[in-house]
Design a protein around this ligand. Structure first.
Ligand SMILES: Cc1cc2nc3c(=O)[nH]c(=O)nc-3n(C[C@H](O)[C@H](O)[C@H](O)COP(=O)(O)OP(=O)(O)OC[C@H]3O[C@@H](n4cnc5c(N)ncnc54)[C@H](O)[C@@H]3O)c2cc1C
Length: 524
């Protein structure tokens, strides 16, 4: 048995950031991770062939680079090996009519590409980019504050002071709008709208879902204004730096150490019991970086003592799933729409708003979508160190999929368990990419497929392959993430806290929940 001040359950990046900050404040820290490797959704491994390094989940580290945690600890993280690979050609979409549109950090380039579709869209883009700093200030303050009535009122008050009532209301409208509502208001080109709307599909915001506009808005404006960053050599650069920072501060990380129970005495958490039977105690806090269902599903065998909280954890809604396909390639895809696409970090294959809406609805209905939305990541185009000289890795994220398969919208694949179906579905995905980039199949040297079920096997927080650990729809976001009354990483059990993507401010590699909770616990 070991005694700590704080025990963290799981070694996702939020837990690691939380642990590092607390350790630097003098807390005695133990992090317990069930897997042999740490990082959760942020890992880099050779899934196909030796020398080909694939990001298991997150590939885009812009949220981490722009985070409050990174701002505070940039020097320490760099000293511990953190290195970014900056991206100038951030994201694009290819279309079957042979056209493409992409956002690069060079405003003239982006604007001239838009002007080829619509002159007025190009003017609107420039107007939105110019106004972005004034909007971002308020949005980033909200996303970077512990969630409560005070944060909401403070943001509203500051926005009203700076922008007047009309400007503040416009901001509220943006937060409530669906991607389609915002896109229709600002653009007329179907190509431009589809390119931006694809960002909603990285979360669970199909074009017509309220609250989704802010994601295409923020991603497109931030990519235009600041670019994007990947991890040099792999996304795991941030995890290795966090690990070293934590260990240097005296923290301990245990791998292969699944937490089976959070021990509670007299309404207070006292530590953890591992699946191996070992008991470890925590004098100040147990911080669980798990999916809410894990609390009601076993970590708290007698519940939290608060029935509404337990019910909310049990009923926490997960978003549709993801499949990841990792390819080792002889060469990058030969995009029919234009050779310039080869240098973009992301190429989205998402033909129209209606196609995205249909795909989402099919997945929700349990069907394998006939034409999934594809996020084709080309990390080695940005960072050649991820593959042997002249070769490449392709990171294909397939959005969105059911966790359990009731049928196939294309009527080709017989329903079954994902273990039986995944390779056939991956063939469909490869055929779709091939239709935009002829010759891809001949370039494939190795392939590794993770179905939604495989993602959950790797990381139980990815329930049903839900890559964002819980729907971000309005009814489960802001004050309601993960449940009303518990948005500040608190639980009904004293000294027990919940962090990670399921909690405010949600998914992504911004380390927000971990760092804000650590500051709350340490007093600064
Ligand atoms: C396929 C995919 C692509 C993504 N792409 C991006 C991207 O490009 N950019 C971006 O910003 N975000 C991306 N995301 C989202 C982002 O990676 C996640 O939201 C984020 O990493 C979640 O971090 P976390 O701290 O909540 O914990 P997680 O990363 O979910 O880690 C949780 C850890 O806890 C461990 N654990 C769980 N239960 C226990 C237990 N009982 N005992 C011990 N250990 C336990 C798990 O094994 C895991 O290691 C992606 C996610 C996925 C899956």
């Amino acid at each position: 048995m070991s005694e700590f001040d704080a025990i963290l359950v799981g070694a996702g990046h939020n837990s690691l950031a939380c642990a590092a900050h607390l350790a630097l404040k003098g807390w005695k820290i133990g992090v317990f991770e069930r897997n042999a490797t740490i990082g959760g959704a942020v890992q880099t491994r050779e899934f196909t062939l030796p020398g080909f390094r694939h990001d298991f989940g997150a590939m885009n580290l812009s949220l981490f680079a722009g985070s409050a945690f990174h701002r505070k600890y940039a020097n320490e993280l760099k000293a511990h090996g953190l290195e970014f690979a900056p991206v100038a050609d951030c994201f694009a979409s290819a279309f079957q009519d042979g056209r493409w549109f992409g956002v690069s950090t060079d405003l003239e380039k982006t604007a001239s590409r838009i002007a080829a579709f619509s002159k007025s869209d190009a003017d609107n883009w420039r107007r939105l980019v110019a106004a972005f700093p004034g909007e971002a200030e308020h949005l980033f303050r909200l996303l970077g504050s512990p969630m409560g009535m005070r944060a909401l009122a403070g943001t509203a008050w500051k926005a009203w002071r700076k922008k007047g009532a009309a400007g503040a209301l416009d901001l509220v409208q943006l937060l409530l709008a669906s991607p389609r509502a915002w896109l229709d208001e600002n653009f007329e080109s179907a190509h431009v709208k589809a390119t931006l709307a694809a960002w909603g599909m990285h979360l669970d915001f199909a074009p017509d879902i309220s609250g989704g506009a802010v994601f295409p808005y923020l991603e497109s404006m931030a990519n235009q204004s600041f670019g994007m960053v990947l991890g040099k050599g792999g996304a795991d650069t941030m995890i290795r730096a966090l690990e070293k920072m934590l260990v240097a501060a005296g923290g301990k990380i245990f791998t292969g150490a699944e937490v089976a129970e959070i021990t509670v005495t007299g309404g207070k958490s006292t530590g953890v019991r591992l699946a191996s039977g070992e008991i470890h105690t925590a004098a100040k806090a147990v911080i669980a970086g798990v999916a809410p269902g894990a609390l009601s599903g076993g970590l708290l065998p007698n519940g939290s003592g608060n029935q509404p909280f337990d019910t909310a954890m049990k009923k926490f809604r997960h978003a549709p799933g993801t499949m990841m396909i990792h390819l080792a390639l002889d060469d990058l895809p030969d995009w029919r729409a234009g050779a310039e696409l080869r240098q973009f970090a992301y190429v989205h294959l998402a033909p129209s708003l209606d196609a995205m809406a249909k795909t989402y609805q099919q997945a929700i209905a349990g069907l394998l979508p006939a034409e999934p939305v594809l996020v084709v990541g080309q990390p080695s185009a940005v960072d050649p160190s991820r593959a042997p000289a002249g070769k490449h890795v392709l990171w294909v994220q397939v959005r969105v999929l059911p966790a359990e398969i009731a049928g196939d919208a294309a009527g080709e694949i017989a329903p079954g368990h994902w273990d039986e179906v995944k390779e056939a579905y991956a063939d469909r995905v490869i055929a779709i990419i091939e239709s935009y980039a002829p010759g891809l199949q001949q370039n494939i040297l190795g392939r590794s497929v993770f179905s939604p079920v495989d993602l959950e096997r790797e990381n139980p927080n990815l329930v049903g392959g839900d890559q964002i650990c819980g729907s971000h729809h309005l009814s489960q976001n802001f004050l309601f993430r993960p449940a009303r009354g518990f948005a500040k990483w608190n639980t009904p059990v004293e000294r027990l806290h919940l962090v990670g993507a399921a909690t405010w401010p949600g998914a992504g590699v911004g380390a927000g929940s971990g760092f804000m909770l650590a500051q709350q616990l340490a007093g600064s």
